[in-house]
Ligand binder design. Structure first.
Ligand SMILES: Nc1ncnc2c1ncn2[C@@H]1O[C@H](COP(=O)(O)OP(=O)(O)OP(=O)(O)O)[C@@H](O)[C@H]1O
Ligand SMILES: Nc1ncnc2c1ncn2[C@@H]1O[C@H](COP(=O)(O)OP(=O)(O)OP(=O)(O)O)[C@@H](O)[C@H]1O
Ligand SMILES: [Mg+2]
Ligand SMILES: [Mg+2]
Lengths: 259, 259
């Protein structure tokens, strides 16, 4: 079955969606089959891959709340090898809707580990989580084999990381004993800026090998690509953003071949 | 009684906390009495004003869940005229904890409109909300007289704005008929960058007068100040960030004197 990786961090605006889309596209470019699951009510990953909100008939809401199979809610994208389960704002009441269900934390885990997933052609499933530690992110962490934590090179983001890692430990101690940390990814790095260098140095000192060697630089092309509804690898294949996400895909694929 | 303004936007990382702290400090600098209420479980506004998590005995959690009066949970800061009700991670289960209470959306409104608030010396109350549309943000919008919406000059932020304004309309149609829009504030603006100019132009074209004339430029001093636990107005009083928040405070005070 595919390896399931959650993109999660309760700090907002750190690059979860940007990483889900562009890491997904870079892995697809090197021949991997990728499923991107958007469970953020904002639906940014869906928009960034060209699924306009009026075309999202069946979504991750239906996967979670109605128990529909993946094949009924999956949509193709313009990127060969990359499919997506889109999100809509229906999910914003998920915390309340899910709280009444008995098995509220494992719904996504069950949906993504059904027999149909073993021969659907996916090597990786990437789950884009919202900026909170509510039931949607909990579902993402319980469903996942590992979590990739984008870390913006800013003070508040570093401060929130220890809280986030405590939550991962809690989930590992309860609903998902096999949950591992895929890695911490430095994002929006600007090595000319002292604060950015300091945050990166602090993260590597405290977390060591967990921090990916690849860093994602601040690159305006990454901000422009979503308005064209394509990954940066198609929008501007030679940009520093594209190069960084290709390097990340290669580092991640190597880490996963070795283990 | 003081005017209550919520800083809210479900998009993450757009400058809610940075605006709450620095607008608060700029208003205090010009003689206004300011209470900052942190209802984000991340507690960034509390940290950014020097309230380390081990010193946050009584917090916004106690205000909401235990019904304690404001005077029992308020803390002073290093900025004269600026007090804060800090947040802790206890709030991250608020969506579930609050969902069981009958009056779950009006708890903060009741707490901030008690008779004690009429002669506590506050001119403005600023509420820093988390990046979601859950019960904490709903409490902020129901408690507020108006909402100030920071808008990062990025594509996803602009996309999320229409969803956010729908939510404001829903709250106005139900629990808080007097809720107004204080304004939309352009943040992290970089006029050298085409995307940033375009987002600002789109916002002004679609929203007109609602958008503050003052814009907040991208300025690294704003990102550095929180690691020193002081507002940017104290960290680097001559910086472009400080000047912008002083200009915003003056524009906001003028708007409020006229009406
Ligand atoms: N390396 C980068 N360089 C420049 N801009 C970036 C970079 N990474 C992300 N961005 C932009 O920064 C903003 C925040 O990124 P993104 O939306 O991916 O973060 P997020 O963690 O998914 O946010 P949220 O918490 O709201 O879900 C977006 O507008 C995005 O286009
Ligand atoms: N104008 C600016 N220039 C440069 N950096 C900024 C600016 N405004 C905010 N920042 C930095 O950008 C990051 C995001 O800002 P902030 O945390 O205030 O946003 P937020 O909306 O409160 O985020 P969240 O959604 O997680 O609550 C922070 O690290 C902050 O220091
Ligand atoms: Mg996102
Ligand atoms: Mg904040």
């Amino acid at each position: 079955r595919p390896k399931i990786i959650a993109l999660a961090n309760q700090k907002g605006g750190v690059g979860k969606t940007t990483t889900a889309i562009n890491l997904g596209a870079a892995l697809a470019e090197t021949g991997h089959g990728i499923l991107l699951v958007d469970i953020d009510p904002q639906g940014n990953a869906s928009t960034g891959l060209g699924l306009y909100s009026e075309n999202r008939n069946l979504t991750s809401y239906d996967l979670l709340m109605e128990g529909l199979p993946v094949r009924d809610v999956v949509h193709g994208t313009g990127v060969s090898g990359l499919s997506v389960i889109p999100a809509t704002t229906d999910l914003s009441s998920a915390d309340l809707d899910l709280s009444a269900k008995k098995d509220r934390s494992v719904l996504l885990r069950h949906a993504l580990r059904r027999a149909e997933m073993n021969d659907a052609g996916y090597d990786f499933v990437l789950i884009d989580c919202p900026p909170s530690l509510g039931l949607l992110t909990v579902n993402g962490l319980v469903a996942a084999d590992s979590v990739l934590v984008p870390l913006q090179s800013e003070f508040y983001a570093l401060e929130g990381l220890s809280q986030f890692l405590l939550t991962v430990r809690e989930i590992r101690g309860s609903a998902n004993p096999d949950l591992r940390i895929e890695g911490v990814l430095m994002t929006m790095v600007d090595r000319r800026n002292r604060l950015s260098r300091q945050v990166e140095a602090d993260a590597r000192e405290n977390l060591g090998e967990i921090v990916f060697r690849t860093v994602i630089p601040r690159n305006v092309r990454l901000g422009e690509a979503p308005s064209h509804a394509i990954p940066v690898l198609e929008y501007d294949p030679g940009s520093r953003g594209s190069e960084a996400y290709r390097a990340l895909a290669s580092e991640l694929a190597t880490r996963n071949r070795q283990s």
